[in-house]
Write a protein that binds this ligand. Structure first.
Ligand code: F3S
Length: 387
């Protein structure tokens, strides 16, 4: 890789051991993936934040680092709401370890917004280069915003945050962002809400694998796109997709629309993703809810009481700015938690079957929480919770 003088000096250890190691990691990644140089980034999002996923070894590695992020950087969800972990039923010992992880990241200059929806809190724009790690955030940044990031691992994103640059390869380069597989629907107007798009993503992610899909004929809004991309990133390795005429790059004349293979999905196949399994808890907010989704949920729960545990997850900053909707949701007995989520918190491990409105959660709950997962619309989640 071609390094400028400052980059070479960092690699030579002139700016400390941690920065040397971080530069070494970036150069190693760049060499493996054929990058010729580094590119400056405007923000980073670091995964590997829950003690449930990184454990003791991850914590020790973090505590051995001594440098600070040089670009705005947020964290992925951790294992608990930082202020309400007791009421979530998080064991004291886990909470202590989680706080140590958070403190280690704080020492590294990372903003303690623990969310997979950093795009609600930062002004991320079309064409910006990023180093984001969480797969749904990566998909949203690339596909819905038109920013450019590879699907970073936790260490790669942290290294990029500390150096302020990332290797220039893969999805940073426009010619690598062309669609490779098409999807169309027999009844595109039958798709209604985020759960339908999540189910569509659950179905098509595996078919796409790590190819870049383009959808034809569907008309999703931004919350639907979030659900679609998150699910495809979970059942496949989709880090970028296009929706013809909707997503920003699919409105550019330079994006190719011809693909070798277009698969027609029948709406009946999407419906098969839904089931009617009995559940003992409900969890929504995977990815973290948007302000509009919080408002919608508040309207659905208004004047009702939930009879099953009902977990709602959103970014702390979004909760703070939408306090009235959050209060209306909590008046029903549902709980709105920040910093964490259904998959990375141990709080939901005690349930046998969990209802979600997310194709991504549907994919991860069985392995990460050891529970059966059922997907339903937000309306169905409320109906099941209040019946
Ligand atoms: Fe976000 Fe957790 Fe889902 S990180 S996308 S809420 S699994």
């Amino acid at each position: 890789m071609d390094l400028d003088r400052e980059e070479q000096a960092i690699l030579d250890g002139e700016f400390g051991e941690t920065r040397r190691k971080m530069m070494e990691l970036l150069v190693g990644l760049g060499t493996v993936f054929g990058a010729e140089r580094l590119v400056p980034i405007t923000s980073a999002q670091v995964s590997g934040a829950s003690y449930k996923t990184i454990g003791r070894w991850g914590l020790e590695w973090l505590e051995g680092l001594d440098a600070r992020a040089v670009v705005p950087t947020v964290l992925n969800p951790i294992g608990m709401d930082r202020h309400r972990w007791r009421e979530m039923g998080i064991p004291e010992e886990f909470a202590g370890k989680q706080e140590e992880v958070v403190a280690a990241y704080e020492r590294l200059g990372i903003r303690l917004e623990c969310t997979c929806t950093p795009y609600y809190l930062t002004n991320t724009s079309f064409g910006e280069h990023l180093a984001w790690a969480e797969s749904s955030a990566v998909s949203y940044a690339n596909s819905v915003i038109g920013a450019r990031t590879n699907r970073e691992g936790g260490p790669g994103a942290l290294a990029a945050a500390i150096i302020g640059k990332t290797p220039y390869y893969g999805l940073h380069i426009f010619k690598n962002r062309q669609p490779q597989i098409g999807f169309s629907l027999d009844e595109p107007t039958a798709l209604q809400g985020a759960a339908d798009y999540g189910a569509l993503g659950h179905l098509t992610g595996g078919m796409a694998g790590n190819r870049i899909p383009i959808f034809f004929g569907i008309r999703p809004n931004r919350d639907h796109l979030k659900a679609l991309g998150a699910a495809m990133a979970a059942t496949g390795a989709v880090a970028l997709y296009h929706v013809d005429g909707i997503t920003p790059e699919a409105r550019l004349p330079t994006l190719r629309r011809e693909v070798d293979e277009t698969i027609e999905i029948r709406i009946a196949e999407v419906r098969e993703v839904f089931s009617a399994v009995e559940v003992d808890a409900i969890a929504v907010g995977c990815p973290h809810l948007s302000p509009a989704e919080l408002e919608h949920l508040a309207g659905l729960l208004g004047g009702k009481s939930v009879k099953k545990p009902f977990f709602v997850f959103a970014a702390a900053g979004v909760i703070a700015e939408n306090r009235a909707a959050v209060n209306r949701i909590e008046a029903s007995g549902a709980r709105v938690y920040a910093d964490t989520c259904v998959v990375v918190s141990p709080a939901l491990d005690r349930f046998d079957a969990i209802m979600v409105n997310s194709g991504k959660a549907l994919a991860y709950v069985p392995t990460m929480c050891g529970a059966v997962a059922r997907i339903g619309s937000l309306e169905e989640c409320v109906a099941v919770a209040t019946a």
